[in-house]
Design a protein around this ligand. Structure first.
Ligand SMILES: [Zn+2]
Ligand SMILES: [Zn+2]
Length: 310
């Protein structure tokens, strides 16, 4: 159990005054016990009044219930006001709950990708705890590139298919067809350029999504700096929580759903990375970042549409 900002050991940290936030004694960064997940039954929570020990028995190794009256002194015990330490002489690392991110585990690339997508969609709030204190910035960067490439492949293939159809079947060389409000619309254009732009999207879509994440993470880190939410950590969280983007695999209508699901997953994960009650600002900024990203993407697609119709 280390400070997320300066790695200072937080075991045995003194209980805060009632109503006061827990802060790292070394650097002053806010934290809560609930942000950390422990191996069940391996961590002792000590009554702040009489030092009576209670074991964390929930599946996250937390006290259950989180507030009760001490059986020894009758005083009020709340998990956030306990002194916390591993049981006996146990190694600190053993006391932490191991919850690997599938992407960082063994196995084939598609299996690791899909399992991490499921985490991002179903358990986004657990992403910060799963990352723990490690710096997985570059691994998360690769995951985001892989996720956006795979997830956008269906739409890109559709685009290429439409371009090929226009070139060889419907419009002949020099003409393309696009889906307009009135159905299939014939427009004059350069088929080779059209096809080239469609193929380029295999690279352009991941690049634009990575830019969106960098921007959103920068916004989130501005607001979350006092809680140890650095830019690198925010980007790692946003990227590993990007599973919702895989909704792009649904042809034609999946794009918007994918962006919204990613925004929801990323906001949930960012909110879970800072102490409860202080999540509002990063969440709003995270959403702003995602919306800016969506606007960028829309603008990008609009420009691309104009180019396609030259
Ligand atoms: Zn610290
Ligand atoms: Zn007590």
């Amino acid at each position: 159990m280390h400070c997320r900002n300066c790695q200072h050991v937080l075991w045995n940290a003194p209980a805060p005054e009632p109503g006061a936030a827990r802060v790292c004694p070394e650097c002053g960064t806010d934290y809560t016990i609930a942000q950390y997940e422990f191996a069940p039954g391996k961590v002792e929570f000590h009554c702040p009044h009489c030092d009576q020990a209670y074991f964390g028995t929930s599946e996250k190794g937390h006290l259950e219930p989180t507030e009760f009256h001490c059986t020894s002194c009758g005083g009020e015990v709340s998990m956030e006001r306990c002194i916390v330490r591993p049981h006996g002489t146990m190694d600190s690392a053993v006391a932490m709950l191991e919850q690997p991110i599938p992407w960082l585990e063994g196995g084939g690339i598609f299996a690791r990708w899909w399992k991490t997508v499921v985490v991002g969609v179903k358990k986004a709030a657990r992403v910060p705890a799963m990352i723990g204190n490690r710096d997985a910035f570059s691994e998360s960067f690769v995951f985001l590139a892989v996720n956006t490439s795979i997830s956008s492949s269906v739409n890109v293939l559709f685009g290429i298919g439409a371009a090929l159809l226009a070139m060889f079947v419907a419009g002949g060389v020099g003409g393309t067809f696009t889906f307009g409000p009135g159905g299939l619309v014939a427009t004059p254009g350069n088929s080779v350029v059209t096809l080239g732009l469609q193929i380029a999207q295999f690279v352009l879509v991941p690049l634009s999504m990575i830019s969106v994440s960098l921007l959103g993470s920068w916004f989130a880190s501005l607001a979350g700096a006092s809680n140890g939410l650095t830019f690198r950590r925010a980007f790692t969280i946003v990227s590993f929580a990007s599973g919702g983007y895989a909704f792009n695999l649904i042809p034609l209508c999946g794009g918007l759903i994918g962006m919204v699901m990613w925004a929801v997953g990323a906001s949930t994960a960012i909110a879970a990375s800072v102490p409860r009650g202080q999540a509002t600002a990063p969440v709003i900024l995270g959403l702003v970042g995602a919306l800016i990203g969506f606007a960028c993407t829309s603008a990008f697609m609009f420009v691309l549409g104009l180019l396609l119709n030259l």
